[in-house]
Design a protein around this ligand. Sequence first.
Ligand SMILES: Cc1cc2nc3c(=O)[nH]c(=O)nc-3n(C[C@H](O)[C@H](O)[C@H](O)COP(=O)(O)O)c2cc1C
Length: 160
Amino acid sequence: MSIAEEDFKAALARWASGVTVVTAAHDGVLHGMTASSFTSVSLSPPLISICLDRGTRTLPLIESSGHFAVNVLGAEQAAVSNHFASSRTESDRLGGQTFSMGTLGCPLLAGALAHLQCKVFAIYPGGDHVIVLGEVATSQLGEGDPLLYFNGAYRALRAP
Ligand SMILES: Cc1cc2nc3c(=O)[nH]c(=O)nc-3n(C[C@H](O)[C@H](O)[C@H](O)COP(=O)(O)O)c2cc1C
């Protein structure tokens, strides 16, 4: 017995998450994509995971370079999330964005709540996605509230 796709999606939409932009670079090509599948995995070694669709343009850059950065978006960065998720901006994702280059060669977006620079630790198959484990080499912190995503829309923190 297999769950219907719409039921699966509807259940997953009930899971609230933060929003990140995963960035990578290889051979002078800079790119990044919005990803909410970020999670912490291990303290020792310090591992995080992201799940990427096998068809994304970001994945081959991560595989080739062996590095990526996770930019945790702040509450004011919904437009940044949309930019890095849009097919209209695929060929020039970093164009018009303010960023610096991290020590591992990945773009670090201005205004992010945190940057985690990662070395690829392992890549596992996960259906039509892959599960990328990253060993965090260094982190930088920003300030502010997080951008949240729930039930197909951006949300803000609210005290219970
Ligand atoms: C809030 C949000 C979260 C997303 N999370 C993921 C994710 O975790 N993994 C993924 O593969 N795509 C995710 N996407 C879709 C990608 O950002 C989108 O397909 C993007 O265009 C891929 O870029 P690329 O193919 O140029 O690398 C998300 C989109 C949005 C708006």
